[in-house]
Design a binder for this molecule. Structure first.
Ligand code: PEP
Length: 249
């Protein structure tokens, strides 16, 4: 089944208000032809969310957060709840990005809790999984990704509430990408795991590939079976690159 693709941009800790001109340009380039074939989303840093949502209004580019806390509110200085993201205009949130797993020691269990919080607030959870270089070299890719998928995705995941992003850690921001055969193998594994745990409807859950996606490799990566879009870091900061990736469909 070919799913409607999603190309989501993760701006990470990049961009002040002046960067929103890129979002506006993306909206202008997201014309009827592109809208007919692909969903677009930008996940800016939290301080930009509200303004970004206003800037994207009318363009149909969705806005997402990059992380959330598990609680709806409370004494958690510096944290942001899923409800706050939704209130600022987000419709989704990236969870379990490898940078959060690595630098902030997020575990599969915490990612699953955050995903449940996202669902409580009505947000789509974009749940990231992926192996490190050492794990790949040790032949553990399928075991690691299988475990992350089993433990990071909460019960009751549906195509409306969950997107999975396969992001090999060694491919993020390095210019390196797996072979299309490797991508196909991992995405097929993720699909099998989703369907066996969440039922037949999980065939409709979108599985994005992320890691050094750029205009020059997007077409090849996006043509791999079970690749239902892309999670894009660096190349999502410029409208021209992001739109060129979206146009690969
Ligand atoms: C990411 O961090 O989610 C990512 C895919 O980054 P990049 O595209 O820059 O490799």
């Amino acid at each position: 089944m070919a799913l409607r693709p999603l190309v989501a941009g993760n701006w990470k800790m990049n961009g002040t208000r002046s960067a929103l001109k890129e979002l506006v340009a993306m909206g202008e380039g997201y014309d009827a032809a592109l809208r007919a074939k692909v969903d677009l989303m930008i996940c800016p840093p939290a301080p930009l969310l509200f303004t970004a949502a206003a800037a994207a209004l009318g363009s149909r580019i969705a806005i997402g957060g990059q992380d959330c806390h598990t609680a709806a509110s409370g004494a958690y200085t510096g944290e942001i709840s899923a409800e706050m993201l939704a209130d600022a205009g987000a419709t989704a949130v990236i969870l379990g990005h490898s940078e959060r797993r690595q630098y902030f020691r997020e575990t599969d269990a915490l990612v699953a809790e955050k995903a449940a919080a996202a669902h409580r607030a009505g947000l789509v959870a974009i749940i990231c999984v992926g192996e490190t270089q050492a794990e790949r070299e040790a032949g553990k890719t399928l075991a690691v990704v299988g475990r992350q998928v089993a433990r990071s995705i909460p019960e009751g995941a549906t195509p409306e509430t969950v997107v999975v992003a396969y992001e090999p850690v060694w491919a993020i921001g390095t210019g390196l990408t797996p072979t299309t055969a490797d991508v196909a193998e991992v995405h097929a594994l993720i699909r099998r795991k989703l369907v066996s745990r969440h039922g037949k409807q999980a065939a409709g859950i979108r599985i994005l590939y992320g890691g050094s996606v750029k205009p020059s490799n997007a077409k090849e990566l996006m043509s791999v079976p079970n690749v239902d879009g892309a999670l894009v870091g660096g190349a999502s900061l410029k409208a021209a690159d992001f739109l060129a990736i979206a146009a690969a469909y």
